[in-house]
Design a protein around this ligand. Structure first.
Ligand SMILES: NC(=O)C1=CN([C@@H]2O[C@H](COP(=O)(O)OP(=O)(O)OC[C@H]3O[C@@H](n4cnc5c(N)ncnc54)[C@H](O)[C@@H]3O)[C@@H](O)[C@H]2O)C=CC1
Ligand SMILES: O=C(O)[C@H]1O[C@H](OP(=O)(O)OP(=O)(O)OC[C@H]2O[C@@H](n3ccc(=O)[nH]c3=O)[C@H](O)[C@@H]2O)[C@H](O)[C@@H](O)[C@@H]1O
Length: 437
């Protein structure tokens, strides 16, 4: 078992650190955020991720997992240093590498022995070469730095599960020694390992996210056509997914993709292509379709009501998808703004993301303590996230709570045959509307 350091304890870094400690490695996680580190030292994860807290507490107690803000202490014994800091979007859409560059500098300044540096953050092709250069420029000792691109493929909400059950681990390196150590470290996860060169590894990450985003925009376009020609997109997606060349996953039509990754990574890949004089036409369309799709419920409501002025809307689901408290690039940001601009009153509810949403949504948005309170006396409801709590909500309760239940379901949470049993007006994505007065 190895001594490892993980720099940046966000969704990726903390999960990586905890899981590496769970399989027996000795892990020190470093973050610049003192508050976060204080919390984590006492076993409190700063993010919501199913199963994380239990594993974290267990491995802190058995001495496998440590947290610090101090690079000297954190890197002292590390044989591999993982970089897992954020790579947000610049104004022009390209990836902002300021955190990566700072970390590379700090590694250079603090490392005093031979070490492997593995980047898990999603970084544009060529960035690992830059990381190497910055580390070398800041080194105080004559030590050997081996660079590895080790992109991360976990999904939020399934992060622990994905770490142990991923389809592949990608290791990009030109050094046999580094490939051997990285393979050995990852062996306990029992995930197939693919070794390639650094640039290909960096590209695999962007190409994978862009392809998944493409699947989503593709099915959303099919959904729009289904509505117009009287087909049911759920059945169409199911039928398509039976073909093993297509596969059933990522064909759920809805209000498009959000989150901290697909939106920023797809635009970053477009920019990367532009830098080599290539116009990435498909991906540009994917992005454009997604922007339009995020507003589809507002368009449907406007078509239904004419004007939304003075209408009361219940907005259910604030995280960009279920099982996470992450609201980064969640459709609720754009939808609530548009509703308010149109003169509607918005009450919102989410099982766990309300506190994060409060930090970014307009102060005019009101929050309900539960579904019932949020729906009370509203004119219509927008379902933005397919939380199980929403899916399981008894349909007759909508009629009890609302003036007359007019539901715009952006995640196709309910079976049309079930909806037909109740006095409900129901509009979903890529399926026939049901008006059952
Ligand atoms: N969130 C996700 O599900 C996935 C994210 N990724 C990629 O992984 C990277 C990290 O993403 P998240 O974990 O979501 O980011 P995050 O924003 O949640 O966490 C980043 C952490 O790095 C810390 N940090 C910033 N500068 C630092 C420094 N100089 N030294 C030490 N710590 C520092 C921050 O305080 C923060 O805790 C990004 O490149 C992202 O695209 C890849 C796969 C999945
Ligand atoms: O690079 C990343 O950060 C990660 O991005 C995604 O993971 P994540 O953003 O956590 O969530 P997904 O489950 O992929 O969902 C992304 C968005 O697409 C939407 N989606 C997903 C699937 C689908 O069929 N339809 C659909 O609209 C979701 O509602 C959500 O808004 C990828 O699935 C991960 O493999 C990748 O590691």
């Amino acid at each position: 078992m190895r001594n490892l350091a993980v720099i940046g304890t966000g969704y990726v870094g903390l999960v990586t650190g905890v899981c590496l400690s769970e399989v027996g490695h000795h892990v020190v996680c470093i973050d610049v955020d003192e508050e976060k580190v204080k919390k984590m030292k006492s076993g409190i994860p700063p993010i919501f991720e199913p199963g994380l807290e239990e594993l974290m507490i267990k491995n802190i107690k058995n001495g496998q997992l440590h947290f610090t803000t101090d690079y000297t202490e954190g890197l002292k014994n590390a044989e591999v240093i993982y970089i897992t800091v954020g790579t947000p979007q610049n104004i022009d859409g390209s990836a902002d590498l300021k955190y990566i560059k700072q970390v590379a500098k700090d590694i250079g300044l603090h490392v005093t022995h031979d070490v492997i540096v593995a980047t898990k953050s999603t970084v544009p092709v060529g960035t690992n070469e830059l990381v190497h250069k910055i580390i070398q420029e800041n080194l105080k000792e004559n030590v050997q730095i081996d660079i590895v691109s080790n992109p991360e493929f976990l999904r939020e909400g399934f992060a622990i599960y994905d770490t142990f059950n991923n389809d592949r681990t990608v290791i990009g390196t030109s050094q046999d020694h580094a490939a051997k150590i990285m393979t050995e470290i990852n062996q306990p996860f029992n995930v197939p390992i693919f070794i390639t060169d650094i640039r290909s590894a960096e590209m695999i990450k962007y190409a994978s996210n862009a392809f998944l985003a493409t699947k989503i925009s593709f099915i959303n376009e099919i959904a729009l056509i289904c509505e117009k020609i009287g087909a049911n997109v759920d059945d169409v997606a199911y039928g398509m997914g039976q073909d093993s060349r297509i596969g059933p996953k990522f064909l759920d039509a809805g209000i498009g993709y959000g989150g901290s990754c697909f939106p920023k990574d797809s635009i970053a890949l477009v920019k990367m292509a532009e830098n080599v004089n290539h116009s990435f036409k498909i991906l540009n369309s994917v992005i454009e379709i997604n922007k339009k799709q995020q507003m589809i419920l507002v368009e449907k409501a406007k078509e239904r009501f004419g004007s939304l002025k003075g209408k009361k809307c219940a907005m259910l689901g604030l995280s960009f998808k279920p099982n996470t408290d992450d609201v980064r690039e969640s459709a609720c940001i754009y939808i609530s703004k548009r509703l308010i601009d149109e003169g509607a009153e918005v009450s919102a509810y989410d099982p766990i993301a309300i506190e994060n949403a409060k930090k970014i949504l307009d102060s005019k948005v009101k929050y309900g303590a539960n579904m019932e309170e949020t729906l009370q006396d509203t004119d219509f409801v927008f379902i933005l996230t397919d939380w199980k709590e929403f899916i399981d909500f008894p349909l007759d309760k909508f009629s009890d709570l609302m003036k007359f239940p007019i539901i715009f379901d952006g995640r196709n949470c309910y079976n049309l045959e079930d909806v037909k049993q109740y006095p409900i007006e129901y509009h979903s994505i890529g399926r026939a509307s049901i008006i059952n007065k």
